[in-house]
Design a protein around this ligand. Structure first.
Ligand SMILES: [Zn+2]
Length: 379
């Protein structure tokens, strides 16, 4: 009997020990690892962002982007609020929607949706996609903290939308734990996107808390993705408005630089969609943990890894090997679509004989994954 008591006591001590450790450093949780597999393929979302066009203040595309983003959020079950404000004679609109938690204390997740010169697939369609996916996948989970999602307008004109939001918030009802900024998460296709920049405040009085939070954010990428986190300073985006109003901030930024930034070539063909998908998975894992979400222990069917899709250029033919249906799209170097087809049975071959010499991009999109291969057709 005494022996049994001793064993029981030891067991309880062990449990207490592991619990204490868990509250200090995050540990890998299978439920979270499974749940983030829900993150969808960014292709069609970004294709829409590209199609809407250049979203500058005062133009129609910015209004179209506003309407479309409102619709996507409503379809997921949120009731978005529009916050209107004026810039000269133009009306700008922030879109806010709220995931209520048990506590009013909130996490703000922000991403601007205006663009500059180009359609802004990378800057900031990628951030919009990330925000949308996090919102979609926390929607039906119970969370301790409230999450406020905001699509900001006017970021490209001195952070107008975020400045307006933070200045006009009701301080009694909007109690911000911290703000997570999502701006440019794709990286350049074909470049090294093996990392992710986790950004912290290095100047305000809240810098130590920001730094600690950002280390936590980084840890989620090490735990749940194949991306290597790197801590960098917060720089040129909406979180600076929050920092300047005394909030704790953190942010994410792509690893490779994007040479098409603020040009008309900020297009889908240049964005690394696989890197984006991994970044969104890491960001969702972080939000699930910090909001104290009750993540279901459901059994998720593992989506096939990208390794199950392969593209080979044999010289005369492009061969796609896949174990599931896919859409194949081929673009030339200027972004013109050359070919599109849906393939329901597994493998396919495309003859390259009619193709002019040059560089092409083949996108293979399945329900969960997208891969892109650059290939060369020689004379
Ligand atoms: Zn941006």
């Amino acid at each position: 009997m005494d022996k049994l008591k001793f064993l029981l006591k030891s067991l309880l001590l062990m449990i207490a020990f592991f619990n204490t450790n868990a509250s200090v450093a995050q540990v890998y949780e299978k439920n979270i690892a499974n749940y983030i597999l829900n993150i969808e393929n960014p292709y069609s979302f970004l294709q829409r962002i590209e199609k809407i066009g250049i979203k500058e203040v005062g133009n129609k595309a910015l209004d179209s982007a506003y309407l479309w983003l409102v619709k996507t959020v409503e379809q997921v079950g949120y009731k978005p609020n529009t916050q209107k404000f004026l810039y000269n004679k133009d009306t700008l609109r922030n879109i806010e929607f709220i995931k209520r938690g048990d506590s009013d204390s909130c996490i703000v997740i922000g991403a601007h949706y205006d663009s500059k010169v180009g359609p802004g697939v990378n800057d900031n369609g990628t951030g919009n996609f990330a925000l949308y996916q996090i919102a979609k996948w926390v929607k039906n989970l119970r969370t301790k903290y409230t999450i406020r999602f905001i699509y900001f307008s006017g970021e490209e004109i001195d952070y107008l939308g975020s400045k307006y939001y933070i200045k006009n918030r009701n301080k009694d009802s909007v109690k911000i734990k911290f703000m997570l900024n999502l701006d440019q998460l794709g990286g350049t296709l074909g470049e090294d996107n093996s990392g992710i920049k986790c950004e912290r405040d290095e100047s305000s009085s809240k810098k130590d808390i920001s730094s600690e939070l950002t280390v936590t954010l980084a840890r989620f990428f090490s735990l749940y993705t194949n991306l290597n986190p790197k801590i960098t300073p917060a720089y040129l985006s909406d979180y600076l408005s929050f920092r300047d109003s005394g909030c704790v901030i953190t942010g994410l930024y792509q690893y490779s630089s994007f040479p098409y930034y603020h040009t008309e070539s900020d297009l889908l063909i240049h964005v690394d969609l696989a890197a984006l998908q991994s970044i969104v998975k890491g960001a969702l894992a972080f939000i699930l943990d910090v909001s104290k979400a009750e993540v279901p222990a459901g059994v998720y069917s593992l989506p096939p890894s990208t390794n199950d899709i392969n593209v080979y250029n044999t010289g005369n033919e492009l061969m796609v090997i896949s174990n599931q249906p896919f859409i194949l799209k081929i673009y030339d170097y200027l972004g013109h679509q050359i070919n599109q087809q849906q393939v329901f049975n597994s493998d396919t071959k495309i003859s390259l004989i009619e193709f002019k010499a040059g560089v092409y991009f083949a996108y293979v999109c399945t329900r969960q994954n997208v891969i892109c291969k650059k290939f060369l057709v020689k004379e």
